[in-house]
Design a protein around this ligand. Structure first.
Ligand SMILES: Cc1ncc(COP(=O)(O)O)c(C=O)c1O
Length: 401
């Protein structure tokens, strides 16, 4: 038995089978490359679902983490610590907002946004007790908690976890008419991904986000943008909402905010919205801890330069052009994307996303399938153009081109 097989077999025996990973066991990583336990190298075209926007082992982030490890790592929110104010101030500034509520994972941050919207609805908007409604989109992915899967339309994510949390209405993604019709006087929020990542990088029709902004403003409803995956440089802008010149009421952030080192998430909004909380009404032992804040502060500083957004925009244009050309070959049915982020639907007869991912792995490229015929491509934003082109060559080869 090889080391790889032995490690996978031990993992299978002792971990719940909630994932179906590709059979590669990573030992080290640097930039856009990972090396497995047998010494084979792989180009990472997934980047931890965008948690690794700045690449593996990014020196600035590692140095920030190391320095903080030597100072103080956790205080809990029972006490103040000296990185917290800077983190909240600078993240709010990056978002053009006023207040931050820090959490750890993306799902926790979305849960926090749901609680925020409900509390705002009761305390500020004047919705009658227990009547708050949140409008969400079909094919959404916001995380795995009981409440979040309550409004999932993916049977795999949802089955056997009932009873489900009420108070959500699902409308088709991209359909403004349906959204407008679903909004009532008890609606406190519209919660959306500006681009649906897990659904296969679905970009909504042009004008959709702007229309959502208009409806929510007209009806005194919070527009909550879940930018956990789409945010922080991935699409060529700091936030995917910017592509339509839209500023939501609430940003939900995660993944890349922790620089691929620690889980860091946050709800960012105005004082009028996040000001609804009083001590004891929400919290987290680890949310906003000193190590998380130190890493996130470096992430924010890197994003402030605009360099990563620019890189994602330029390389992304190249990536989408090259992938678009594949659609003309008949082997790829559709390509969607924005910035350095693409969903590729394979044409019928050219394999499932999983089969193509396995073949790419054999050629030293790691991607992730989603929903049958689709693969997702989301390289670290630090990838070189040469490496990206090499990865695309491998995809062409796997497709027999
Ligand atoms: C848009 C979006 N929201 C929330 C989440 C949940 O994040 P986490 O896995 O950190 O809980 C994800 C994860 O993929 C996501 O893509």
């Amino acid at each position: 038995m090889s080391t790889t097989e032995a490690l996978i077999s031990a993992a299978d025996a002792h971990s719940a089978h909630t994932y179906h990973p590709l059979p590669v066991v990573v030992a080290t990583a640097d930039g856009a490359w990972m090396t497995d336990v047998e010494g084979r190298r792989y180009l990472d075209l997934l980047a931890g679902y965008s948690a690794l926007n700045f690449g593996h082992g990014n020196r600035r982030l590692i140095e920030a983490a190391k320095a903080q490890l030597e100072r103080v790592t956790l205080t809990s929110r029972a006490f103040h610590h000296d990185r917290f104010a800077a983190f909240c101030t600078q993240l709010a500034e990056l978002c053009g907002m006023e207040m931050v509520l820090p959490m750890n994972t993306g799902a926790e941050a979305v849960e926090t946004a749901v609680k925020t919207a409900r509390k705002w609805g009761y305390r500020v908007k004047g919705v009658p007790a227990e009547m708050a409604k949140i409008v969400v989109a079909g094919n959404n992915f916001h995380g795995r908690t009981t409440t979040l899967i309550s409004f999932s339309t993916d049977p795999e994510a949802r089955a056997d976890y009932g009873p489900y949390t009420p108070g959500f209405e699902i409308v088709p993604y991209g359909d403004v008419t349906a959204l407008r019709a679903a909004v009532s006087e008890n609606t406190v929020a519209v919660l959306l991904e500006p681009i649906q990542g897990e659904a296969g990088v679905l970009v909504p029709p042009a004008g959709y986000l702007a229309a959502v902004r208009e409806v929510t403003r007209e009806r005194n409803v919070l527009f909550v943008a879940d930018e956990v995956q789409s945010g922080l440089g991935r699409t060529g802008r700091t936030f995917a909402c910017e592509h339509e010149g839209v500023v939501p009421d609430v940003y939900v952030l995660g993944k890349a905010l922790g620089g691929g080192i620690v889980p860091v998430s946050a709800v960012v909004s105005s004082e009028a919205v996040l000001g609804v909380f009083r001590p004891g009404e929400h919290g987290s032992t680890f949310g906003g801890n000193p190590l998380a804040c130190a890493v996130a502060l470096e992430v924010i500083a890197m994003l402030r330069s605009g360099e990563f957004q620019e890189r994602a925009a330029q390389l992304g244009e190249h990536l989408l052009r090259e992938l678009g050309a594949l659609a003309g070959t008949g082997r790829v049915a559709e390509v969607r994307g924005r910035g350095l982020w693409a969903g590729v639907d394979l044409a019928r007869g050219y394999g499932t996303g999983r089969e193509i991912s396995e073949k790419l792995m054999d050629r030293g490229v790691l991607v992730k399938d989603t929903h049958g015929p689709t693969i997702r491509i989301a390289p670290p934003l630090v990838i070189s153009r040469e490496d990206l082109d090499w990865g695309l060559d491998q995809l062409r080869a796997v497709l027999g081109l």
